[in-house]
Design a protein around this ligand. Structure first.
Ligand code: COA
Length: 226
């Protein structure tokens, strides 16, 4: 089980924070976080329900992390383990995560796959998302997986959909020409883009695209992408 206590700075002030595994007692707050993080036009049916959360804490409890500040949950990060085929980048969120129910979890897989990351708007830009991602990197190393992988939403894409393809948008974000609320965050977490997955998620802002982004276990890393 994972537990780490540390300080983050909120407006110049150190504030105690904890990253730990989430449990049944956290479910109500986890659903509240989803409603704050994925407002319309994001479909509310895609927020966590209690059955999905029950599966997370029973099927793969190591992949169920949350962050707490002063007794309140500030965010969560959830993963499952899959055997990833590098020759088949084009999958949907629904397929790979079993629609968030993670019954597709493969304990013998080589890849920790991110189902979701969310931090309440009130607690953003404190470093919590990055620290939760780093906590998941610790799990990748501890379990000896080859990589962490996930599809990053690209919510800024709809602003330029008439001017560029998803791949061109991703290139513009990587070159620093454009900033995307999720892809730029993932780059700052050390995640590296490996391609675009089309029809990844019912996500109007991203025009249903996602950038697949990996972090390779440095103890197992060989040259080249996935
Ligand atoms: C994406 C998200 C998890 C980021 O969480 P966060 O706790 O605010 O991120 P952090 O404070 O850890 O930021 C880490 C780095 O990313 C940068 N960053 C964070 N949000 C950013 C944004 N909107 N645009 C550009 N950079 C951003 C930070 O400046 C920081 O940079 P640094 O490491 O160089 O200092 C949060 O914005 C969120 O919950 N969004 C809505 C849910 C969502 O779309 N999740 C992604 C699903 S694929």
């Amino acid at each position: 089980m994972y537990r780490s206590e540390f300080y983050v700075y909120d407006q110049g002030q150190p504030v105690k924070a904890i990253i730990r595994n989430y449990t049944k007692n956290d479910f109500d707050q986890l659903i509240e976080i989803q409603s704050e993080c994925f407002p319309p036009p994001f479909p509310a049916e895609l927020w966590w329900n209690k059955q999905q959360l029950t599966n997370h804490v029973t099927i793969f409890p190591d992949g169920a992390l949350c962050c707490e500040i002063a007794g309140k949950l500030a965010g969560s990060l959830t993963g499952l383990c899959v055997e990833f085929d590098p020759n088949n980048l084009n999958h949907s969120w629904e397929e790979i995560t079993d629609n968030g129910y993670i019954r597709s979890h493969n304990p013998n897989g080589d890849t920790l796959y991110i189902v979701d990351i969310s931090v309440r708007p009130q607690y953003r830009k404190l470093g919590l998302g990055k620290l939760m991602m780093q906590a998941m990197y610790h799990i990748v190393i501890e379990k000896g997986y080859a990589r962490l992988l996930g599809g990053g939403r690209m919510p800024g894409y709809h602003n330029v959909v008439d001017q560029m393809t998803p791949n061109e948008y991703l290139t513009a974000v990587i070159s620093g020409e454009l900033d995307d609320p999720v892809i730029s965050f993932l780059l700052r977490c050390g995640r590296v883009p490996v391609g675009i997955a089309k029809n990844y998620l019912d996500d109007e802002e991203s025009c249903n695209n996602a950038a697949l982004m990996e972090w390779k276990n440095p103890f197992k890393s060989q040259e080249g992408g996935v």
